[in-house]
Ligand binder design. Sequence first.
Ligand SMILES: *Cc1c(COP(=O)(O)O)cnc(C)c1O
Length: 377
Amino acid sequence: MTYPYLSIDLAKIEHNARVIVGLCKEHGIAVTGVTKVVRGDPDIARAMLRGGVVSIADSRFENLHRLREGGVPEPYLLLRLPPLSGVDQAVELAGLSLESEPAVLEALSEAALRRDQVHQVILMVELGDLREGLWPEDLIPLVDEALALPGIHIAGLGANLACLGGVMPSEANMRRLVDLAEAMEDHFGLRLDWISGINSSGLDLIVSGRMPPRVNHARIGEAILLGRETTRRHPWPGTFQDAFRLHAEVLEVKRKPTSPLGERGEDAFGHVPPVEDGGESWRALLNLGRQDVAVEGLTPADPRLRITGASSDYLVLDVSAAGEGEIKVGTVVDFHPNYAALLAAMTSEYVKKERAGRDSARSSRQFMKWGFMNSDD
Ligand SMILES: *Cc1c(COP(=O)(O)O)cnc(C)c1O
């Protein structure tokens, strides 16, 4: 094995999906699994599907392509608004997409007709997070136009929260979404299949029992992959937080001062690092850096270890709290990545990916073979 690498436990992902899907199901909500943070990895998508998600969603054409090449069942949901220049790809790769612009709907309709298809859309409304979505007062006029487009079918109404503005899903904003959907249904005499209310930030609202019953669709990534809701990043009960682990190798261990020696200017990234003068410490240098991962998003699996800095290719760990000689040249150190770190590690070509756990029995065999059973799971 060469380091760094990311180990991916598919059995844990499947388990997490089953927990989240079960909870949502009790409240009449179908879950689409979101694979954008793992670049549309087909094995991970399949683990989500085994755990009960009804379909797979991703934000990028390249990822949808990867899912298709990997044989993951379609249709897929395209999560990011398609560009006007990309409507043909949108129609080709996704059966369903999130939309908010009249010009794009028109072009999508034409693209769908060119392929003898009808493309399904979920119209996104702005509920305050200020990312994608049309203002509620523009909804009726837009639907009026969209209904005249023969290549488009309006499958639902949706909203996205907690991604840009950090606005949490609430009974009030979900009620607003349902009211808008019902006003639209009454006005045009139609019935929407989907009211797509939430992502991983909406789990607490579901559990509280205050989710309006007509919200029947969730698009969930992080809660399945990392086992956390996303308003406070609490571990979600009954899920694993460590389906992904990053492993790096120690290259050097020396006792060094905590404060740099000599006159100081900027570091490699244009910052002047803060000085902490804590005397001397045992520092381990690892083969992991900013070219591999978002370093700020890593937590050492061993709580005695502390990240004190990183450059493109090195990570510095204070290992003073570990036992004498425990961390030495060649030792492999494990980290838990958060969402940003996982995104970067999945995207970095320098980080190898190792998948295990198609089923639990095979998973534990694999893990023993690789010798990282001594983790905290
Ligand atoms: C990324 C994304 C999601 C999934 O968000 P998680 O926090 O990972 O559950 C859902 N909907 C949209 C529109 C997204 O862009």
